[in-house]
Design a protein around this ligand. Structure first.
Ligand code: AMP
Length: 512
């Protein structure tokens, strides 16, 4: 139980109010069976008291004195909220544009703003948040005709400031989205012409509007998506920012921008080395413009594909093509103008890290294993600095070259469970590999660099145990035949269970 009490001087018992709903308890405030809980989202300059009580089946029948332990903390950090009034600029059926005013005497060290929001009717089912450096944001992925509660807080070098007041805004429905589009066209027309010409134009407008609407809507959706992407990532100054290829309406344009077209006569396929989601994976040679031959891996798109599959296949190339780091698999180029469609990447002699370690169980020194992990960490740092969240970091998605350099690979995501025995947990239509995925990403789909860090922890464990399967034969929550909760990965993690230290792993690498 949590109580928030007035700030110091006047703070008597009467000033206290419950605060479970304002804070975030991981895994939850009540019904814990482990002996730890993480608490987040404190307000600044506030006194909190937590009451911890152990209960059993007969606790309610006991005497009057409850065996509570009280813990009081006072938060200090930075000053009060720096955000004034939050306004809705516009709304469509699935997005809301907000902007806010900053309070006077704005300190110039605001790093960014965090916008927290939730469906007003379903507050108990959690909230989402997004960040922006601007004093405005477009929040997307919302439900039509639904009231959302928003509040905004600033982050300074000293930490988060308090949240602004809460503001309720509603998304539009399908109809209001169309009306807004029509309104936009009308305003432009009205401003451009007057009187009689307006009448003529209006007639024309009603004739053509059916066709224009869908174009304008599509365009706005695509613009929304791109703007939203840029506002949700926080690029590190001086480092290029990742651009989601899905924000391009025309996948060919994205491929043109992020990849190099290779003349297929320069590629020599030698042998099949694996099966990818879209077709065979082969090793071979690529003749470079300097007439040198380099070993490459060629991923092919099998014949009979539909446009959607071609787009999904090339998506990975458009992602890898944006990266340039020694610990990220390098794209050599693509073949899109002839068949088969191909993606050509550098060849990694030792294949994927999980099977490589299983085949060489016990062969490496701790320093060599840590060297591999260092490579993965370095690649992931680069991705996070670029504003890219991998979402599927696992040792099966790391490739190893002949010098034991590890490179992050598999940027497709869609393949996650197609070709891997790891059972999936299906959340809102997206399949994720739960053993590698952070709890908040499983429950709320909150994927972030922080959830990639969780996956990195699992990769560390895999490496130090030479490719052992995390959580062994424990089951996933969604397995139908699972009636033994003690053996369930998701529940065990929520209750505080963690993978034990692998055999031979130095304690400095394993911290609980
Ligand atoms: P993927 O579809 O990327 O998972 O590729 C399927 C399999 O092909 C992987 O599990 C690897 O064993 C192998 N493979 C993929 N890319 C490479 C590469 N660049 N070098 C060597 N082997 C690779």
């Amino acid at each position: 139980m949590c109580q928030r009490c007035g700030s110091g001087a006047s703070g008597g018992e009467e000033d206290c109010e419950p605060c479970e709903s304002d804070l975030r308890f991981v895994p939850r405030p009540l019904g814990l069976t482990g002996t730890s809980v993480a608490i987040l989202d404190f307000a600044t300059h506030t006194n909190y008291t937590f009451h911890v009580e152990a209960v059993n089946g007969v606790s309610g029948l006991g005497g009057n004195t409850r065996p509570l332990v009280n813990i009081s903390v006072t938060t200090d950090q930075t000053g009060p909220s720096l955000v004034g009034v939050v306004r809705k600029d516009w709304a469509s059926d699935n997005s809301i544009a907000l902007s806010w005013t900053e309070v006077e005497q704005q300190p110039n060290d605001i790093l960014d703003y965090e916008i927290k929001y939730y469906d007003k009717e379903q507050e108990q089912s959690g909230y989402s948040s997004t960040r922006t450096k601007a004093v405005s944001v477009v929040v997307t992925g919302l439900k039509p005709a639904t009231v959302y509660v928003f509040h905004v807080r600033a982050r300074t070098a000293a930490g988060f400031t308090a949240y602004s007041n809460k503001f309720d805004f509603s998304t539009g429905d399908e109809y209001s989205g169309m009306a807004a589009d029509q309104g936009q066209v009308l305003v432009v027309v009205t401003a451009a012409v007057g009187g009689f010409s307006l009448l003529v134009i209006l007639t024309l407008f009603f004739l053509i509007t059916g066709r224009c609407q869908s174009f304008i809507k599509d365009k706005r959706k695509s613009d929304d998506k791109r703007r939203d992407h840029f506002q949700n990532v926080l690029p590190v100054p001086g480092i290029k920012t990742y651009v989601d290829p899905d924000t391009y309406e025309d996948p060919t344009q994205a491929a043109h921008e992020f990849t190099t077209e290779i003349d297929p006569s320069r590629i020599r396929i030698e042998r099949v080395i694996g099966a990818g989601e879209f077709g065979e994976v082969c090793s071979g040679r690529l003749r470079t413009p300097g007439e040198k031959e380099i070993p490459v891996t060629i991923k092919t798109l099998k014949g009979g594909y539909v446009e959607r599959q071609r787009r999904d296949f090339l998506r990975e190339a458009c992602i890898i093509g944006q990266f340039d780091d020694p610990n990220i698999i390098r794209l050599e180029g693509v073949v899109t103008k002839s068949r088969p469609v191909m993606i050509v990447v550098e060849y990694m002699e030792n294949g994927s890290l999980d099977s490589f370690l299983r085949h060489h169980d016990g062969h490496f020194t701790v320093v060599q294993l840590v060297g591999m992990l260092h490579g993965v960490a370095s690649g992931m740092t680069y991705l996070s600095d670029m504003g890219y969240v991998h979402r599927d970091l696992a040792s099966r998605n790391i490739l190893v070259d002949e010098g034991l350099v590890c490179k992050v690979s598999d940027f497709g995501l869609s393949r996650v469970l197609e070709d891997h025995p790891e059972p999936a947990y299906n959340t809102m239509g997206v399949k994720i590999a739960i053993r590698w995925t952070a709890p908040e990403a499983i429950t709320n789909r909150k994927f972030s660099s922080a959830s990639d860090v969780w996956s990195y922890g699992i990769v560390m464990w895999e490496v130090m145990s030479y490719g052992e399967s995390p959580y062994w034969e424990m089951s996933n929550q969604d397995d139908d035949d699972d009636d033994d909760d003690d053996d369930d990965v998701i529940l065990s993690i929520e209750e505080g269970y963690r993978l034990p230290v692998p055999m031979g792993c130095p304690v400095v690498l394993y911290y609980r």
